[in-house]
Design a protein around this ligand. Structure first.
Ligand code: NAD
Length: 303
């Protein structure tokens, strides 16, 4: 049994922490939103009043926060100098695993401050969505030292199925951002194809089945169909509630764009997807699941 402080219990962090509790680990939880902790506490986790309280005396800290600014503030403090943050309060023996999707440079910055204190910090963003978080079948894409990876594996195996050590600090984020740029492109392409077929008389369920079994098959069609009613378990069939927010996909496509600028890479498809999701968010869809990009192609139609 490992003693874990888990910070950030949203769509992903909640079910991830729950799997750790169910596996018999001692989990202390903290989220800014009080209600996010209730289910975990009912399942056997202990509620903390602050990140500090959640991580006092633990072996491992896991965070699952929205974006880089939250991670920097948590670990490095308001001034981001490392003095007023959580790192300054942790014992050097603690392993820190941040599973949020953030800029590789942010992950490297926190890892550097952690290393100065002798603390091992791993970036471990995930793929697999809320369904994967609930089922414990996430992919973890990990950046950091090999010994930190080896220490993280037993816990990551509780929450995930496919584990990858991508390389040194920040590498997990680089791989994750490439993946999510591709996901943004695939989801918008899938929504575009479905809208085109339906406008030309096809049943979206029939068209989805055809494309799934054909060369257009992809993850969005297999497990996350964006057309309402085609796949009962998908956020599209639940009015695009829960899942992976448009705001977060727009953030990840922005991270891809920054990475492309920094490395002088051409990302015309990623840029197109970024504009689509940014426009969708600007029209008020930021808190919907990202598959709601389908609505963008169905303006003026009822679902
Ligand atoms: P979310 O918005 O549902 O949850 C984030 C949680 O963090 C919220 O409950 C919020 O209250 C909490 N929080 C914010 N700041 C905090 C702080 N300082 N201290 C404690 N709690 C704080 O987001 P999510 O969908 O769970 O995503 C989390 C991360 O995982 C993001 O980086 C996202 O890009 C990534 N991700 C999400 C998915 C997905 O399908 N939702 C998939 C892969 C990766």
């Amino acid at each position: 049994m490992t003693s874990i402080g888990f910070i950030g219990l949203g769509n992903m962090g909640g079910p991830m922490a729950l799997n750790l509790v169910k596996a018999g680990h001692e989990v202390k939880v903290f989220d800014l939103v009080e209600s996010a902790m209730s289910q975990l506490v009912e399942a056997g986790a202990s509620r903390a009043e602050s990140p500090r309280q959640a991580t006092e005396g633990v072996d491992v800290v896991i965070s699952m926060l929205p974006a880089g600014q939250h991670v920097r503030k948590l670990y490095l403090g308001d001034k981001e100098d490392g003095e007023g943050g959580l790192l300054a309060t942790l014992d050097a023996s603690v392993l820190v695993i941040d599973a949020s999707t953030i800029a590789p440079d942010d992950a490297r910055l926190v890892a550097r401050h952690a290393a100065e204190r002798g603390i091992t910090f791993m970036d471990a963003p995930v793929s697999g969505g809320v369904g994967g978080a609930r089922a414990g079948t996430l992919s973890f894409i990990v950046g950091g030292e090999a010994d930190g990876y080896a220490r993280a594996v037993p816990l990551l195996e509780v929450m995930g199925k496919n584990l990858f050590h991508a390389g040194p600090a920040g590498s997990g984020q680089v791989a994750k951002i490439c993946n999510n740029m591709l996901l943004g492109i695939l989801m918008s392409g899938t929504a575009e194809a479905l809208a085109l077929g339906v406008k030309n008389g096809l049943d979206p369920a029939v068209l989805s089945e055809v494309m799934k079994q054909s060369s257009g098959g992809n993850w969005a069609l297999n497990v996350y169909n964006p057309w309402p009613g085609v796949m009962e378990s998908a956020p599209a069939s639940n009015d695009y509630q829960g899942g992976f927010l448009v705001d977060l996909m727009a953030k990840d496509l922005g991270l891809a764009w920054e990475m492309a600028l920094g490395s002088k890479s051409a990302v015309p498809m990623g840029s197109q997807a970024r504009n689509l999701f940014a426009q969708h968010a600007a029209q008020g869809a930021g808190r919907l699941d990202f598959s709601s990009i389908q609505r963008f192609y169905r303006c003026g139609e009822a679902d």
